[in-house]
Ligand binder design. Sequence first.
Ligand code: ATP
Length: 237
Amino acid sequence: MTTPLLDLKEVRVNYGAIAAVKGIDLSLNTGELVCLIGANGAGKTTTLGAIAGTLPLAGGHIRYQGQAIDTLPAHQRVRAGIALVPEGRGIFTRLTVEENLRMGAYSRRDHAIASDLERMLTLFPRLRERHTQIAGTLSGGEQQMLAIARALLSRPKLLLLDEPSMGLAPLIVEKIFEVVQQVKTEGVTVLLVEQNANLALEFAQRGYVMESGRVTLAGRGDTLLADERVRAAYLGG
Ligand code: ATP
């Protein structure tokens, strides 16, 4: 059996006395696109924080490329290839598009940054048109594209996306999902958190369903899409 790229065992995360993630197992193989769905407050964002290292574990273990990363600081996880695109995107609103993109490469020490920047501007032509624009004045969809492009500039092996479709028009969502598919084709492993369960399950190979801090179902995207419990809870019956 091959070692998973990412492997969570019995992971728990608390906010003070509140248990937000209550012992979850989750794993991703290299090259997979996996989604994490569930209602508001189920613990999806918290799980991503535990993987990215922005939230400490209250219990359990996380292995990445076969190594324990439980106590590795967030910036070292970025260097190891884990990139998070947070909910709300987290772009630098007063910097230009290009300055934001350059920030994405801050942890790199190689000399291919200029060519990667060029690649991002080809992947997202809208960002090329607007590379001198102040990021805070971009549309929501453009800001989401910028956040993804910036994360890709860290040359991740694992891309964590938190609700990329949030608040965006269907056409823009389609464009963003096309890019995510392209990124996956290039060998990046993707963990996608989505409120839009239908879209996520159609798009991902496998999915996990979270409820109140626990994984309650897991399986192939098409199997989960057909599952009565998933349909009743997340797909309007
Ligand atoms: P959403 O889709 O609404 O973001 P989610 O599944 O991502 O939901 P989380 O944001 O991970 O859920 O939240 C899980 C639980 O932890 C919720 O009950 C939430 O209220 C709680 N929580 C999240 N952040 C904090 C915080 N900073 N302090 C205290 N409780 C928190």
